[in-house]
Ligand binder design. Structure first.
Ligand code: PHE
Ligand code: FE
Length: 290
């Protein structure tokens, strides 16, 4: 999750070499993964695939399938890039961890998704605060095979560079948080998950759809740009889109009028429900701690 504060790097690791390029890219060193690391991926994959088969958005599951992101081990980025480039022109680039915002946005604007390549330790199996290769690849990469969502990610990168110039990154980051990381989508079968932060978490995959505690509210750009978020627990509010097209179209216009309006509008707390909100479910507000 790019917008989280940087976690401490752990032990020396072949996937986190000291030599990092100016754009922070490294090589994945796929041959250096140990059997234990591939096995950890397999177990994470199998657990999530089971939970998500009737919870994740159909386009996410289709992406997993199309890119053959499977239980056979940590994917080789070279193979994924062959698949992705044919579908949407995107590439995965390996990075050692969270990268500076300007670098991150520049990658996205050029259809490059920065992914970590180290896998969490066994004692972090259920929860890790910083992104690892399971979060980045299992969570984020499937939807990069969807043309409309992929275009949204690229536009977000350009919007991020602009927000940096305007000093409005705190607002824009909320949009990423509540869509790319923690978004829900409406389908004929009911609400489904598409956010990477949810699909890569066993607990939140259940909580986001089934718990009575959080709010589930309709997506609205200006509303999201005003809404603070919490990084230390499950979300108090999830925002629901109707389609990736809605997301793309709503975020296409110049955000300058939103940023101007936000100067005089109060920020909203994560649990707030407004009279103007389209309410799918109003939460009880008791949010479970990790
Ligand atoms: N249209 C936005 C702007 O002018 C850019 C953007 C696109 C932001 C998509 C987020 C997502 O800033
Ligand atoms: Fe993420």
């Amino acid at each position: 999750m790019q917008t989280q504060p940087e976690g401490g790097f752990t032990a020396p690791n072949p996937h986190r070499p000291a030599e990092t390029a100016a754009d922070f890219t490294i090589t994945q060193a796929w041959d250096a993964y140990t059997p234990e690391e591939h096995d950890r991926w397999r177990r994470l994959f199998e657990r999530q695939a089971e939970i998500l088969k009737d919870r994740a958005a159909p386009e996410f599951l289709a992406g997993l399938d199309a890119l053959a992101i499977a239980a056979d081990g940590i994917p080789d980025f070279r193979r994924l890039n062959d698949e992705l480039s044919r579908r949407t022109g995107w590439q995965i680039v390996a990075v050692p961890g969270l990268v500076p915002e300007a670098i991150f946005f520049d990658h996205l604007a050029h259809k490059r998704f920065p992914s970590t390549c180290f896998i969490r330790r066994e004692d972090q199996f259920d929860y890790i605060q910083e992104p690892d290769v399971f979060h980045d690849v299992f969570g984020h990469v499937p939807l990069l095979s969807n043309p409309v969502f992929a275009d949204y990610m690229q536009a977000y990168g350009e919007g991020g560079l602009k927000a940096l110039r305007l000093g409005t990154l705190d607002q824009l980051a909320r949009l990423y948080w509540y869509t790319v990381e923690f978004g829900l989508i409406q389908t004929p079968q009911g609400l489904r998950i598409y956010g990477a932060g949810i699909v890569s978490s066993e607990g939140e995959s259940r909580f986001s759809l089934e718990s009575a505690e959080p709010n589930r509210l309709g997506f609205d750009v200006r509303r999201l740009l005003r809404t603070r978020y919490r990084i230390d627990d499950f979300q108090e509010t999830y925002f629901v889109i109707d389609s990736y097209r809605q997301l793309f179209d709503a975020t296409l216009p110049d955000f300058t009028p939103h940023y101007e309006a936000l100067k005089t509008l109060p920020e909203l707390e994560p649990g707030t429900v407004l009279a103007s909100d389209r309410v799918f479910t109003r939460g009880t507000g008791r949010v479970k701690r990790h």
